[in-house]
Design a protein around this ligand. Structure first.
Ligand code: SF4
Length: 700
């Protein structure tokens, strides 16, 4: 070990990646940073491979440390060359001025991310509405949590991923995980599941793949992608038929059950088996176990939610949980497993097209008045709700669409559905500015690239999957030439003549607290000091003396009458069904050693050893039929594009389904294939199901 030098210090902070936000201590100063895990409630001393390697990227040779601009302004075929911050910011501000003068305020747009701190997400929303006065802002969480958020808001009147601490999972007698694979996406969370199984709990995994989570579970249901809603309705049908509905709970705490009971009447178990492929016996086993358990939890995640009917699918599982009397009962409930590091906070503070801080609505006059007062502007000057993420991207460069775009912490050239169409739209822009740590596939297309500080170099707060607000603490200084996004926004705002944009995180947090006061995501009682003293504070926390709210809905739901709302929903066929030309179902997801669009993790040496390239998983029966051997190169073709992958032949997947991970771009871009059909409520694209053709194109 290298001895600590005189300027070396150790700082407690959290992993930069997923929503588990594992606690870690970073030692940095006069030697390269190192890290060790901490015993934080979510990770209990564990880290996954991503967390263990997070420090590798801080001094990575490809790290951006100077702004980049086009050698010939306005010519994106000219090379990106280093520039001063003043030169880069001047170009951004000039482009904003030009575009708004020629095409109106909404022709300048902002695109944010679920990796931004709460302060940055808040400030980005304020920057769009006050400094730019544009309605054109949305963020990549639209592609992640929006369906579950919409369903929870509809049912509970409030959206917090887990309405209970993660530790409750260890105490539940039955846990049903729908389209969720924590064993690969957030392995330290597995400790809570392991503890439950050690006590004898039954875990049920609903997933078209036999994932590591499914292998550890007591029961694995393997439905066709896009049929989870039918399965949930079928389970509720069985609950009704077998008298397992908690009638007292339904009568006392909910509204709307009769319509749902009528709606599920047609979901006979054998019909559900035909739609989903899940045997009747398994359906009955799950419902009976859930209904008889003293403590039971239903968790959904992206596998169930990233569909054209994602909101209704999450609603169907919520209906089941409500009918069995789970939400608000000790150790029980429904929750959704958030993906991105600040996927929760990222959607609370106003970077969503239709929302203001505190989950307030841009369409509600009282909400507009509250936030406008905090921001010192006239409510009438606040823009109206704008377009959702894919709709914003799909209109880039068009009449009425965005012509100058500012992107923070997002790599839409890889992460958006129908990604090649989105790349083409990015080319149509008059001006693109991107703030990132590395030259991502999106940054490569930009007119101006702004180098931003990484996780260990910045301060702020994050809100984890439990709704626990935690501190991201600065462990070392960023490289010279790199700036935090709060400072970037403050400097842009100043150049645009907008006042009151602080670059100090605690000052911004104080303003965020005022803006959120009285909203559903109320942070007004949370301070940095409290977070430090209490291992984080759960929102809502409406006053300094309020203890925070680890468990929601114990007495009432956040609806006007305090009751949860059932909603009848029905199975609809996937937007794309297999046909002669595209005979199989494609689904996408994650692998353990990569994260999101891979901008960071693909550059990690140790992670690249584990997952150097993406692989297309297909069943041995399908591989045999198509003459494909393990490691052969296969081309996948959908109605939008083609991409090539090494084949991974495995009996862990259904014979009619092909799986590819979405962390790569270029010729192996999963999202070059995916379907941008949108959920009518959440505007979530149909990432998880489309029709695909598979062809062998070469040997290993
Ligand atoms: Fe923990 Fe998630 Fe980071 Fe892995 S990626 S160490 S699970 S926060």
């Amino acid at each position: 070990a290298v001895p600590a030098g005189p300027r070396t210090r150790t700082t407690e902070t959290h992993c930069p990646y997923c929503s588990l936000q594992c606690g870690m201590a970073v030692t940095a100063g006069d030697r390269p940073a190192t890290l060790v895990p901490l015993d934080f409630p979510t990770n209990r001393g564990g880290l996954c491979a991503k967390g263990w390697s997070a420090h590798e990227l801080l001094d990575h040779p490809e790290r951006l440390t100077r702004p980049l601009v086009r050698a010939v302004p306005g010519d994106r075929t000219s090379p990106l060359v280093e520039a001063t911050w003043d030169e880069a910011l001047d170009r951004v501000v000039a482009a904003i001025g030009r575009t708004q003068a020629e095409h109106g305020r909404d022709a300048v747009g902002c695109f944010g991310g679920g990796g931004l701190t709460n302060e940055q997400a808040y400030q980005f929303g304020r920057f769009a509405r006050v400094a730019l006065r544009t309605s054109a802002i949305d963020y990549n969480g639209r592609f992640c949590m929006s369906s579950a958020a919409a369903a929870a808001t509809r049912a509970f009147g409030l959206d917090r991923g887990l309405p209970f601490p993660l530790a409750d999972v260890a105490e539940a007698d039955v846990v049903v995980l729908v389209g969720s694979n924590p064993a690969d996406t957030m392995p330290p969370a597995g400790q809570h599941l392991d503890a439950g199984r050690a006590r004898g709990a039954l875990h049920v995994v609903v997933d078209p793949r036999r994932t590591a989570t499914a292998r550890a579970a007591g029961l694995h249901l393997q439905p066709l992608p896009g049929t989870d809603l039918a399965l949930a309705n079928g389970l509720l049908h069985t609950a009704v038929a077998e008298g397992l509905v908690d009638g007292d709970y339904v009568a006392a705490r909910t509204t709307g059950f009769d319509a749902v009971r009528d709606a599920v009447a047609g979901y006979w178990p054998d019909r559900v088996e035909r739609i989903t492929g899940v045997p009747v016996a398994q359906q009955r086993q799950v419902v009976r176990a859930l209904a008889r358990a003293e403590r039971a939890i239903v968790l959904t995640a992206r596998g169930a939610e990233q569909h054209r009917s994602g909101t209704d699918t999450a609603t169907a599982w919520l209906n089941l949980a409500l009918a069995l009397g789970l939400p608000g009962r000790p150790g029980s409930g429904w929750g959704t497993v958030t993906g991105q590091g600040n996927g929760q906070g990222g959607r609370e503070h106003g970077q969503k097209a239709d929302q203001l801080p505190g989950y307030r609505s841009l369409a509600d006059p009282a909400d507009r008045a509250h936030v406008a007062a905090v921001w010192g502007v006239d409510p009438g000057d606040l823009p109206r709700p704008g377009r959702s993420a894919f709709e914003l991207l799909d209109a880039l460069g068009t009449d009425g669409g965005v012509r100058t775009l500012l992107v923070l912490a997002s790599n839409v050239a890889v992460s958006a559905p129908d990604a090649r169409r989105v790349v083409s739209r990015l080319h149509d822009l008059d001006f693109l500015a991107v703030s990132d740590f590395f030259l991502s596939e999106t940054a490569e297309l930009a007119d101006v690239v702004l180098p931003s500080a990484m996780w260990a170099e910045e301060s702020g707060t994050m809100t984890n999957l439990e709704g626990r607000v935690i501190r991201r603490r600065r462990a070392l200084d960023p490289p010279e030439g790199v700036r935090d996004d709060l400072r970037l926004l403050a400097e842009l705002a100043e150049r645009l003549g907008a006042r009151g944009f602080s670059a100090d995180p605690e000052t911004v947090f104080a303003e965020l607290r005022r803006a959120s006061a009285g909203g559903t995501a109320d942070y007004s009682g949370i301070t940095y000091d409290r977070i430090d003293a209490e291992q984080g504070v759960f929102w809502p926390c409406p006053a300094p003396a309020h203890p925070g709210t680890p468990r929601l809905f114990t007495e009432r739901f956040a609806t006007p009458d305090g009751r949860a709302r059932f909603r009848a929903v029905h199975h609809v066929e996937a937007h794309e069904r297999p046909d002669e030309e595209h005979p199989y179902v494609l689904t996408t997801g994650r692998v353990l050693a990569q994260y999101q669009s891979g901008t960071q993790t693909r550059r990690s040496r140790s992670l690249s050893l584990v997952a150097p390239t993406p692989r297309a998983e297909l069943h041995p029966d399908l591989a045999r039929r198509l003459g494909i051997a393990h490691d052969d190169v296969v081309e996948l073709a959908t109605r939008r594009g083609r991409a090539r992958f090494a084949a991974a032949v495995t009996d862990a997947i259904r014979p009619d389904v092909v799986f590819v991970p979405f962390h790569w771009g270029g010729g192996s871009s999963a999202n070059a294939l995916t379907d941008p059909a949108l959920d009518p409520v959440s505007r979530m694209p149909a990432f998880k199901v489309c029709a695909v053709a598979v062809t062998r194109v070469g040997g290993p």
